[in-house]
Design a protein around this ligand. Structure first.
Ligand SMILES: *[C@@H]1O[C@H](CO)[C@@H](O)[C@H](O)[C@H]1NC(C)=O
Ligand SMILES: *[C@@H]1O[C@H](CO)[C@@H](O)[C@H](O)[C@H]1NC(C)=O
Ligand SMILES: *[C@@H]1O[C@H](CO)[C@@H](O)[C@H](O)[C@H]1NC(C)=O
Ligand SMILES: *[C@@H]1O[C@H](CO)[C@@H](O)[C@H](O)[C@H]1NC(C)=O
Ligand SMILES: [Cu+2]
Length: 267
C-alpha cells in the first residue's frame, strides 16, 4: 500500500531519518469506510513527498507543491469522507479539512475561489473541559491551579473520517486535508503544514428527505490568506509540551454549529 512514496522515503531516511519518519502525506481518499482508488487517483499528486509547508502565504499552501489534477470521485451528500495518512500523524498538532466549490469541473479548478472549514480534530477528550466557542477555541485544564498539559486526538492516527455536510450543494469540489504540526510552532513561521487536495463530485443523496443545495458554504476564506502566521493556534506562546490551552485557527466551522472533534474516527 502507498508504494509510490517509498523511494522518496528511502531517500529522506539517508539524510534525516528521525524527522522524516515523523512526517506524512495524504494520498488516498476514504469514502464510507473504504479507501477508494490508488494513491493519487482522487487526491492531487504533489511533488513535496512527505515534507511540510511553512509559508502560509504561498500559493503552494493550497494543494501543496506542483499538485496535478487527479480524477474526481463521486460522493453523495451526507456520505462519510476522509483521508488515509501515509504513514501516520507523527507530530503533536491538529487535523482540519476545508472545502471549496469549483465554478465548473474540479479537474479544471485551481482552488483560487472560496473555502469553508468543515472539519477540525484537535485536543484529545481527556484533557478538554468542553468550553468551546463558535470561533473554535478550546480551553484545557479546568479550574485546577496545576493545569494539565494538552494531549492530541491526532496522535499517530493513520486516517480520519467525517460526514460531508448533508446541506452541501451539489457540484464539484476540492476537499483539502490540512495537518498542522506544532512541535516548532513557538518560532515564527515554523509551524508545519501537511496538505493535499482531493477532487470530489457531490450529488444529492436520494430518499434521505434532507433538502440539499439550499445552504451556501460559509464563512468563506481564501487559501492562501486563511492564516497570517501570528494567530494563537499557529504561532504558539510556549513550547508545545507546555501548552495548557489551544485555540484552533481558521474561520468558524461550516455548517454553523459544527463542533470540533476530540476523538479521531479512523478506519
Ligand atoms: C515540483 O513542481 C513544481 C511546480 O510544477 C516544479 O516547479 C518543480 O520543479 C517540481 N519539483 C520536482 C522536484 O519535480
Ligand atoms: C493530559 O495530558 C497529560 C500530558 O500529556 C497526560 O499526562 C495526562 O494523562 C492527560 N490526562 C488524561 C486524563 O488523560
Ligand atoms: C503573510 O502575509 C500577511 C499579509 O501580508 C502578513 O501579515 C504575514 O506576516 C505573512 N506571514 C508570513 C508567515 O509570511
Ligand atoms: C491560551 O489562552 C490565552 C488566554 O486566553 C491566550 O492568550 C492564548 O493565545 C491561548 N494559547 C493558545 C496556544 O491558544
Ligand atoms: Cu517534522
Amino acid at each position: 500500500m502507498l508504494s509510490t512514496t517509498v523511494p522518496c522515503l528511502l531517500a529522506l531516511l539517508a539524510s534525516c531519518a528521525p524527522l522524516a519518519l515523523a512526517h506524512w502525506t495524504y494520498s488516498q481518499l476514504i469514502v464510507n469506510g473504504e479507501v477508494v482508488g490508488e494513491p493519487w487517483q482522487y487526491v492531487r499528486h504533489h511533488n513535496n513527498s512527505n515534507a511540510p509547508l511553512t509559508n502560509v502565504n504561498a500559493t503552494d499552501f493550497r494543494c501543496n507543491v506542483g499538485a496535478q489534477p487527479s480524477e474526481t470521485y463521486t460522493v453523495h451528500t451526507g456520505d462519510e469522507v476522509g483521508f488515509a495518512i501515509n504513514e501516520h500523524f507523527g507530530h503533536p498538532g491538529i487535523q482540519q479539512a476545508y472545502l471549496s466549490r469549483a465554478p465548473g469541473l474540479a479537474a479544471e479548478y485551481g482552488g483560487e475561489c472560496d473555502w469553508a472549514r468543515i472539519y477540525s480534530l484537535t485536543t484529545s477528550l481527556a484533557n478538554t473541559t468542553a468550553s468551546e466557542t463558535a470561533g473554535g477555541s478550546v480551553q484545557g485544564g479546568g479550574n485546577n491551579e496545576e493545569e494539565e498539559e494538552l494531549t492530541w486526538a491526532t496522535h499517530n492516527i493513520q486516517s480520519f473520517r467525517f460526514a460531508l455536510p448533508p446541506s452541501t450543494p451539489p457540484g464539484e469540489y476540492l476537499l483539502r486535508a490540512e495537518g498542522l504540526a506544532l512541535h516548532a510552532a513557538h518560532k515564527w513561521a515554523n509551524a508545519q503544514f501537511y496538505v493535499s487536495c482531493a477532487q470530489i463530485r457531490v450529488i444529492a443523496a436520494s430518499g434521505t428527505g434532507v433538502s440539499v443545495g439550499d445552504d451556501e458554504l460559509g464563512p468563506l476564506v481564501k487559501i492562501p490568506g486563511v492564516y497570517k502566521g501570528d494567530e494563537p493556534g499557529v504561532l504558539i506562546p510556549v513550547f508545545w509540551s507546555f501548552l495548557t490551552n489551544y485555540t484552533t485557527p481558521g474561520p468558524a466551522l461550516w455548517p454553523e454549529g459544527t463542533e470540533e472533534q476530540h476523538v479521531a474516527a479512523q478506519l
